[in-house]
Structure formats: C-alpha cells, structure tokens
Ligand binder design. Structure first.
Ligand code: SF4
Length: 700
C-alpha cells in the first residue's frame, strides 16, 4: 500500500513543504508540496535528497550508559538523579540544556518549561544563538518584540531586493529561486548583493558590493545619512510612529563619505549607485542572514538596516521592509516558546516580573528563573570552569559547531555528567556522553516548525520508530516526572502544542503580537490535519495578520518604534601574526555538521571535501598552489584543508565551509579557529571575521 504524507523539510529556515511517499516495500520518495505557501512545489538539492538520508546507518537505537546498552528506565532515572543531585548540592544554575533549531516547537516548549519553570534556572540555550540571535536582539530593540514584519511574497513584489550577508542561492535556495523567477518575469527588478565574496547569489545581482568584513554598519549608517536629506524621508511616519530619529541621524551624519568608503572598502561610484537605488525605489526589501548576524556588531547591523526602513516608512507594506532570514528549520519556533537563555515563553520577557508571574501561574510551577541564563558561548565557558555539573545536549554537535571548538570539546570531556540526545551514536559530541539517548529523526518525529515568515507547518512522521528511539519531548517530560515535577503528563505532541497555544493567549500575553489562541482546543485529529498557517491567529478573531507596522503599532510601551543610534566601530582584527580574515559559512549541498547530508553520495559529489578559498594574489604571495594542502592557524587552533584559488574571494580574506568534522576529514573543524568573541547585545559569535595565518602545509 502506498502512503503519502505532507511534511516539512528539516533543513533551512525557508520551511518548504514536502510530500513523502512510502511504497509498500518501504521505499521513500520525496517531492515538493505544490500547495505549501513557502515553496509551491519547489525543492532544492538538499530537500530533494531527503530520502537518501533516512537509513539506519550509524543510528543510536537504544539508551546507553557509558557506552553500554541499557533500558529507558535505567537511563532516565540516572539522568533525573544526577540533575537533582547537582541542583541539591550546587543550586539550579549548576545544570544546563544546550538544544537546537532542529528541535520541533513541542520539544523546545517542554525543555524550556522544565528548565525555567521547574528547575528554576534559565540555563537553556540553543545553537540558534549561532544563527539569528542578533536579529532577535535587533527586533526587540527597534520593535519592542521579536517580530518579522514581512512575508516571502514581499521578495517577489519588491522593485529592489537587497541581500546583505546572505548567500541565498546556496543557503536559502528556494527563496533564491522565487526571487530569480520574479526577476525573469519583471526584468526591471533590481537585486543588490552585499557580500565580501562573489557568491553564486551574484549571478542574479545587478550590483555586487564586495564590502569589507563587518562594513555593513557603516554602509547603512551612510545610507541613513543620505536618505535623511533626500525627499525620500518620510517625516509623517517618523513623527507618528517612531522615537529617536534625531539621535540616530546625528550619529549617521557624523560619518563622512570618505569614512564610509574606508570602512566599507567600496568605491564612491558603487556607494552612490546603492544609495540612489534605495532612494528612488519605494518597494525595497532588505534581507539579512548570517553575514549580518554572526558578528560582534551583529545587532547594530540589524538596527542600522531597520533604521533605514523606519526613516522611509517602508515597513510592513507590500514589497517592502527589513527581512531577517533564519538559518535553521525551527529557529523561529524556538523563539516563540522562549527556548533561549534570555527569553521566557510566548514572547514574554524573563526580566519582566509580571510576565514571570503570569507564566508561573499558568504552569503552576514551584519556582521560576528570575534572570537570563547563560548564552551558548558563556554556557560552555561555565562547563569548562566547572560551574556546570550536569549538561544535556540535544540534536546538535557543539564539538564541531561552537567557536573555539577544541576548548568546547575539552570542556565537555571534563564535565562530570553529560547527556546527549541524538539520532547518531558516533558524532564528535555523542562520543563524550555519559548517557546517550536515542532520538527520532526526520520522517519519524511529529510536531511543528516555524519558518522565517512566521509560518507554522507540521513535520509528520511516516516511518516506524527505529529500535527504542523516542521523541525528545518525551525524554524531557519523563525526566521532569522522575525529578518529582507535575505538569509533564503529555500523551502526544498535540497536547503540548495546545498548551503552548493557550499560554500564548493567557491573560493577554499575546498582546506582544504572538497569539495562536485559535488553536488552543486543537485535538489529535485537528493536529494531524493542521495546514500551514502564520501567526498571530488569536482566538478572538481567528484571522492572521500578515504584515506588521505599516501603521505603527509597535510593541514598545508607547507603541512607537525606536531608532537606534549606532557607533561605527572598527572591524579589522588582523595583526602581524594573523594577517588574513577568515569567513566561515555553508555550501550548497551540505547541512551543518553533515550528520545527515553526509549520508548522500549525490550531495557529497557537489563538493567532495573541505577547502580554503583564497584570492590568486594571496596564493602567489604565500606560495600556495591550487588544490595544494594549506594550514590555517588562529590563536585557538589549526585546520588543514585544500586550497581553492579563485578571484571570487576578496584579497586578504579566506573562506572555509563549516560542515566538515573529524568523521569526514582530518583537522577540518573550522570552528576550532573561531575566537569566542560575541556581540554584546545578542551573545552571537563573530564567525565571519576571524584573524588567521595561512601557509602551505608541509607533512612532517
Ligand atoms: Fe529544505 Fe531549505 Fe531547500 Fe527548502 S530551501 S528544500 S527548506 S533546504
């Protein structure tokens, strides 16, 4: 019998709908869902290879303690006892959860509830911290809440699409396809790509600004200064719906044109062309992704962009607005349920006593975290210095993906008690687990995810659970019960989703814009058939607000947006010993640390091994041959990969993909080079501006 199931791709934040067909012999085929509003039937190479990644090779099938198979009762009792003992002896802040944008919203909800409302600490953070937390901080500073004002359709309706810090063609391919199709249909549409590298996204660009690393703040400050003295400025919008314009303008106008040229590395003609494109086209969307977020000034970059849209009133209307693109499939879902160390739940604020009280009463919880917990980089520092005695890592591989990865591995090795929930038993992180718990993978697990345009879609299971693997929410609920807490008797993800929907509307907590109260009474059948929808959908109206802020109505106390006055800081980190700038990022056909895409020969055939992309002049100066081995060194570690010499790379800079780990290549964990430097507002690491030395590798 053939079974057809509508589900969602587990990779990037586009959140494409997928139809999985399971044949009678168990063979699985996938295709794009023509009815899903994110992709209308399209899939990229990763999505279309999903069926090749679901085999049982390498899976962890049974709970293990110290590498030995055991039963769930033994493993869960041990986790509950070790966490309870640590809390009793050292307090609630001596334990931590490090979770993932791969978790479903229901998993995230239970993890957040257990840590913040019952353990009483906010030490739960996520690999989404590495992905979009600067956008969250920027939204909260400007809008008073973490709200994406626009929708994907705006990218097709815009006359100018600015892609800054985003290799959309490889990292959000279906959105790239949508924009490319719109440009083909409407050739007058203009695309600007702002990126130090000439990426594949530049294939559709009318203007490529090969900006200096972290030059974005100066670029958008310069743009604000330009707009403020042009007829484009929207005084009515500024007066009615914003605060702080004079201060932001004063900072922007203090930057001379020459300084903007120096800080961005861009020639005057290109700067003028860019300013003019923004000035003369009303329908402008500015998309930003990791190149903006992963920076020590990431939040300022986000606000510099938002400032320009506020100054022109180009926000929340058809074809215009600032648009943050999330990297992971459920980075947004984690934000909704507060699965970050500095958030609460339903977009409420952990620092707000009324919000804490509201959530505590709703959960009927014995205690409530009263302050923000440790963000990812600080969390692993606390593991390293012994403050964290028990750590639970779910659905992520920090030994490969965290900055200063060698130090993170040493910290995990030294931690007295480490639990890892994953689908694979031999990841670089799982190897260090005292307790390894088998989780469900894509095609097995059930729940919801939210994409970059606030659209909630179902991920549905269509495969039998392998071995004794169980859902992440179930594992955490079981541990919560075994620690003696009530409120964790969930029978299904539908029950968790409904509780989350009720909380979003509880005592007006949805006033911050996130309210899906319309789904508060959803039952199993309704959850099974749930069609993709965008938040908010409050119980009172049941209808969705598609775009935000065209008429103001921000989530600050006076309902006005905030211009943020920004200082253009210096971004050059190079030195005599480390004279080049390393930029890390994704390639087209692999995902994160390759624990899934690495299983597909087809995906691996696009780019088969890790590389360091360098400019021909740098290669010549350093005596490096194309395809020769090179060693990259920073104060934090070393990596050996093959040189890829190309003029796509800017002089003085090096690009290395983030995916390869020690399973696929020796000494290729590029995050071992990345300094644990973070943005002061968001805590997001600066993975795109790392000072390194580069030399030909000579085998000893
Ligand atoms: Fe999956 Fe993203 Fe590709 Fe869509 S664009 S198929 S969500 S990886």
């Amino acid at each position: 019998m053939v079974k057809e199931v509508k589900t969602t791709c587990p990779y990037c934040g586009v959140g494409c709908g997928v139809i999985a067909t399971v044949e009678g012999d168990g063979t699985v085929a996938v295709k794009g869902d023509p009815e899903h509003p994110a992709n209308f039937g399209r899939l990229c190479s990763k999505g279309s290879a999903l069926a090749e990644t679901i085999g049982l090779d390498g899976r962890v099938l049974f709970p293990e303690v110290l590498g030995q198979r055991t039963g769930w009762d033994v493993a869960l009792d041990l986790v509950a006892r070790k966490f309870s003992d640590a809390i009793a002896e050292h307090g609630p802040d001596s334990v931590a959860f490090y979770v993932s944008g791969q978790l479903l919203t229901e998993d995230y909800y239970v993890a957040n509830k257990l840590m913040k409302g019952f353990i009483g600490s906010a030490n739960i953070d996520t690999n989404s911290r590495l992905c979009m937390s600067s956008s969250v901080a920027g939204h909260r500073r400007a809008f008073g809440a973490d709200t994406v004002p626009g929708v994907y359709e705006d990218l097709e309706l815009a006359d100018v699409v600015i892609l800054t810090g985003s290799n959309l063609a490889w990292c959000h391919p279906v959105l790239y396809q949508r924009i490319a199709a719109a440009k083909t249909a409407r050739p007058a549409m203009r695309i600007v790509v702002i990126d130090p590298r000439r990426t594949m996204t530049c294939d559709i660009a009318d203007l490529h600004l090969a900006i200096r690393p972290d030059g974005d703040v100066a670029l958008f400050m310069g743009l604000l200064g330009h707009l403020a003295v042009s007829p484009t400025i929207d005084r009515d919008y500024i007066d009615a719906h914003t605060q702080g314009f004079p201060e932001a303008f004063a900072k922007a106008s203090a930057l001379s044109f020459t300084e903007i040229m120096e800080r961005t590395g861009l020639p005057a003609m290109q700067l003028r062309k860019f300013f003019r494109l923004f000035e003369t086209n009303e329908k402008v969307v500015t998309c930003y992704s990791q190149g903006v977020n992963q920076s020590s000034s990431g939040t300022d970059k986000v606000n510099a962009i938002i400032n320009c849209h506020l100054a022109t009133g180009r926000i929340g209307r058809l074809g215009m607005g600032p648009f943050s693109l999330t990297g992971q499939p459920n980075a947004m879902g984690g934000r909704e349920v507060g699965g970050l160390a500095n958030m609460l739940a339903a977009h409420m604020a952990i620092e707000n006593p009324e919000d804490r009280d509201r959530v505590q009463r709703f959960w009927a919880s014995p205690t409530m975290a009263e302050k923000a917990g440790l963000k990812a980089v600080d969390m692993f520092k606390a593991v390293a210095d012994g403050r964290i005695k028990a750590l639970w890592i779910m659905a992520t591989n920090p030994v490969v993906s965290m900055p200063d990865a060698d130090a993170v591995e040493a910290a995990i090795k030294a931690c007295p008690f480490v639990v890892v929930s994953d689908i694979l038993r031999d990841t670089d992180t799982a190897r260090h687990a005292h307790v390894l718990l088998p989780s469900l993978g894509w095609g097995e697990k059930d729940g919801t995810v939210t994409n970059s345009e606030r659209r909630i879609s179902r991920q549905r299971g269509f495969l039998a659970f392998p071995g004794e693997a169980r859902a992440d929410w179930w594992q955490m609920a079981e541990v919560g019960r075994r620690m003696g807490f009530s409120g964790f008797d969930y029978a299904s993800p539908a029950e968790i989703f409904a509780e989350h929907a009720v909380l979003s509307a509880f005592e007006n907590s949805g006033s911050r814009d996130f309210d899906i109260g319309a789904y508060a009474h959803i039952d199993d059948a309704g959850y099974r058939t749930l069609a993709p929808f965008q938040w908010p959908q409050p119980a009172a109206t049941g209808s969705c607000v598609t775009r935000f802020f065209a008429e103001g109505g921000f989530y600050t106390p006076d309902r006005k947006a905030r211009f943020i006055p920004i200082e253009a800081s210096s971004a050059d980190r190079t030195s005599e010993n480390y004279p080049l700038t390393l930029n890390t990022g994704r390639i087209r056909d692999h995902w994160h640390t390759m624990t899934r895409t690495g299983k597909s020969p087809r995906l691996s055939s696009h780019i088969a091994e890790p590389f360091a992309e360098i400019h021909p002049r740098d290669a010549m100066d350093l005596g490096i041959r194309g395809a020769g081995l090179v060693e990259l060194e920073s104060p934090h570690g070393k990596v050996i990969v093959r040189a890829l010499v190309t003029e796509r790379q800017a002089l003085g800079s090096v690009f290395v993909p983030m995916h390869w780990n020690d399973q696929f290549a020796a000494k290729a964990r590029v995050d071992a080079l990345v300094a644990p430097v973070t943005d002061p507002h968001s805590g997001q690491p600066a993975s795109k501006n790392v000072a390194i030395a580069l030399r030909p590798f000579e085998a000893a």
